[in-house]
Write a protein that binds this ligand. Structure first.
Ligand SMILES: [Zn+2]
Length: 95
């Protein structure tokens, strides 16, 4: 399983819009837990970059919780240097 999709956000300093496509998302599995409903997976992706318009640092930590398997039940993010996050994540099923 992997998290795919896209996300966009706006530089907090200059207002430039940035977007990340599937190839730029690098979610890592942070934790896996089991309960009666099955396996739950917590993914984290720490994005760090400098705005290519104004050079200001942008740090965003994206978190996705999958569970039951194949379903995203919660997402969250922590912003530094960015705002107006618009995320569209989904679980990629191996064929
Ligand atoms: Zn900027």
């Amino acid at each position: 399983m992997a998290i795919v999709g896209s996300v966009s956000f706006v530089c907090d300093h200059c207002g430039k819009k940035h977007s990340l496509g599937a190839s730029e998302l690098e979610f890592q599995v942070a934790a896996v837990t089991d309960d009666q409903q099955g396996e739950h997976i917590h993914y984290v992706f720490e994005y760090e970059s400098n705005c290519d318009a104004c050079g200001k640092r942008i740090d965003i930590e994206f978190e996705v919780w999958e569970g039951p398997v194949g379903t995203i039940n919660h997402t969250d993010f922590t912003l530094s240097g960015a705002r107006e996050v618009n995320e569209n994540f989904k679980v990629d099923h191996p064929k």
